[in-house]
Ligand binder design. Sequence first.
Ligand SMILES: [Zn+2]
Ligand SMILES: [Zn+2]
Length: 124
Amino acid sequence: MERRTRQRDAVQRVIDEASDPLTPQDIHDAAQTHAPGLGIATVYRTLKLLEGGGEIVAVELPGEPARYESAGLGHHHHFHCRQCGRVFDVADCPKQLERITPPGFRLERHEVLLYGVCAGCLGG
Ligand SMILES: [Zn+2]
Ligand SMILES: [Zn+2]
């Protein structure tokens, strides 16, 4: 397999197999098993490529480096642990947000970000 293709596959695979959004550094570390010697610059370049192709999406949190997850996950939200800094997927959605939308406004999309401490950090 061509080197470039192998690197792209390694990055895509790490993201697809992850249960939570990953930082470029997480992806770089995990991808070493599939593509030894993969550099961080190549990871960044590959992430741009995959994002441009609609393969993955960036998860942007205020004041945080962008994390990446599979594009096929569908609508969901995130929980940010202030202790370990990890970001977890939250499958549920509060819905009924029309109720807090000002009268006469049309709600088109929303983002919900939960902050707290994860079960791992709480020792659970
Ligand atoms: Zn935690
Ligand atoms: Zn939602």
